[in-house]
Design a protein around this ligand. Sequence first.
Ligand SMILES: [Mn+2]
Length: 310
Amino acid sequence: MKMYYFYRLYRKHLNDSQGKLFFCESKLSNRGLNAGMITELIFTVKYSGISPLSEKIVHKMINKWIYSDLSDEQKVIKNNLANELSISPILAQLLVQRDINTYDDARSFFRPDLSDLHDPFLMKDMDKAVERLTKAMQKNEKILVYGDYDVDGTTSVSLVYKFLIQFYSNLEFYIPDRYNEGYGISVKGINYAAENDFKLVIALDCGIKAVEKVKYANSLGVDFIICDHHNPDEVLPPAIAVLDAKREDCNYPYKHLSGCGVGFKLMQAFATTNGIDFQNLIPLLDLVALSIASDIVPITGENRILARDG
Ligand SMILES: [Mn+2]
């Protein structure tokens, strides 16, 4: 029975790999493959993308790793990289397999540098966010830093709160209860803000889908700045600013920031606007690094710089 179950799984992945795998099914059991071997095979096939597989290769796959080949074009790039960087062909191949194809790509991969961070104002609505935040401070409005309860959310809240409290004291934070309030912006949180006279909420790592909740908050006189990295729906919440590189109309060059990364960009923009030296942001980078690791965003591009320096 167990064998049959794994066999069905194996068949399923045969289809999933778009016919790349050629293998004679009857030989599978004749060869005495056990369930563990077949499971291993399924995963190897699924992630290797090798095609087509002869019976001989499948037999080898059970015993050792088979690496996917480079295309002819990639082989040329690999040789160029090995020469230009004076590195071994194996290392060059690993780079090409990670889509690092030029000298400059390789340099920023091996030597991520804070000076290569993008201008935060390239993010849609960043100007509006900084303007509203500055206005709140000038008018001495109460500001609530609101974030999700997971690692990305709590590091976001820590980062924004720790940074702003140095310049402004009329500031509090709020993390919703996982069990009573659940994920994202809660009605309870909005009521807390309204009842305690907060005029501005900075929502971190959540809020991109909170259309009705933000409408409700607006009706109570509470404005929102949203810093999120989840995929937006067609309709965005009616916030003062919606910072999310995954917005279709956002041309920000890097799409994979963590929620805390977006919070960091807001603080970077705030610092730039108010003549605060970039050095003051560096102590916050450990929080960004933690969010990158725990939210499992790719450690490429800007994330690689932030993770390294954090
Ligand atoms: Mn997140």
